[in-house]
Write a protein that binds this ligand. Sequence first.
Ligand SMILES: Cc1cc2nc3c(=O)[nH]c(=O)nc-3n(C[C@H](O)[C@H](O)[C@H](O)COP(=O)(O)OP(=O)(O)OC[C@H]3O[C@@H](n4cnc5c(N)ncnc54)[C@H](O)[C@@H]3O)c2cc1C
Length: 344
Amino acid sequence: MTDTELKALGVVRNADLKPLTTFAVPAKAKFYVEVKSLDALRRVLSHPELSREPRLVLGGGSNILFTKDFDGLVIGMRIDFLEEIGQTEHSRTIRVGAGRSWSQTVDETLERGWPGLENLALVPGTVGGAAVQNIGAYGLEAAERITKVECLDARTLEPCVLDVDECDYGYRSSIFKSEQCADLIVVSVVLELPKVFEPRIAYKELAAVFADAKPQTPMEVAQAVKSIRRKKLPDPAELPNAGSFFKNPVVTRIKQRHLLEDMPQLVSYPLAGGRAKLAAGWLIEAVGMKGKRAGDAAVYDRQALVLVNYGNATGEQIKALADEVAGKVRLRFGVKLEPEPVII
Ligand SMILES: Cc1cc2nc3c(=O)[nH]c(=O)nc-3n(C[C@H](O)[C@H](O)[C@H](O)COP(=O)(O)OP(=O)(O)OC[C@H]3O[C@@H](n4cnc5c(N)ncnc54)[C@H](O)[C@@H]3O)c2cc1C
């Protein structure tokens, strides 16, 4: 492949990925290209040599950890638009480009007076990333608002639209993370927003903010969520991280009961189907790993669920620290901690 050919497609060889992820660890991509339209994406994918390369889509890079270079094509998703495509008496439907910032999308819908996404204010990353990871925060998951996910099949270059029921959404998971969907690139997401504002404030910290007076507008909820988030989570621009590094483990109620007999202070929540969710942050703190530092990789000293990079940590070092944390939790409690970010 000649440099002229690559240039014509906007493809950069041996690209630095460090500024493109919120963990800011060193990594290179053999090829990197940013795509702003479906046509541009098709052009890149139809190139005979590029189409044979291993492929990875990067949104905002806020839930990914590179432990090594990527020997293939990294596609920076930048398809960015927001349009209203329909409404009923009770709801409004919008279609949003996968490369649009999620947080901006939330703000924009609220500014237009459309409730529905306020609990997910300030979650970093793109709309496509949100649909892949099924983001959740403060009592709401993206899957509750998504109705369709529009994709391009990178192998056939044909569109492929999945209804929400086909996306197999679960806790921070979706069909897009499975092998069977490895060729699907999310290009836009359709969301249905309720017209009437129904405050969702049962989440402990939100309930405390609104203990005396219920919020009258979705903006009030978004402001409360933003203020709680700013206090709890480090800003990746100042201290690189990927948000919660571990999922809260789900165990059987029997296991929960056994753990509570030993540790009555354990933070856990009952779930349907005889299961319970344990607070991973509590487990990590209980094994003494909160604030643990290994070089520049560390467990954040104010929130044990977050791993941070104090400057020059490599992805391997962060992964090694995560393994140490998970190993200690497993040994002490017999509970498996799974990482939330995608590890490359
Ligand atoms: C400070 C901080 C706070 C956070 N808080 C939360 C939170 O409250 N709740 C929560 O759920 N998450 C949270 N996260 C995690 C993160 O914001 C979300 O997972 C986000 O949706 C990731 O989106 P992204 O565009 O950055 O995805 P990336 O990190 O770029 O990619 C993540 C995965 O999705 C794939 N992907 C991305 N875009 C596409 C696409 N268009 N097509 C196909 N595959 C794609 C990538 O290949 C990769 O496998 C937080 C992260 C940070 C840094």
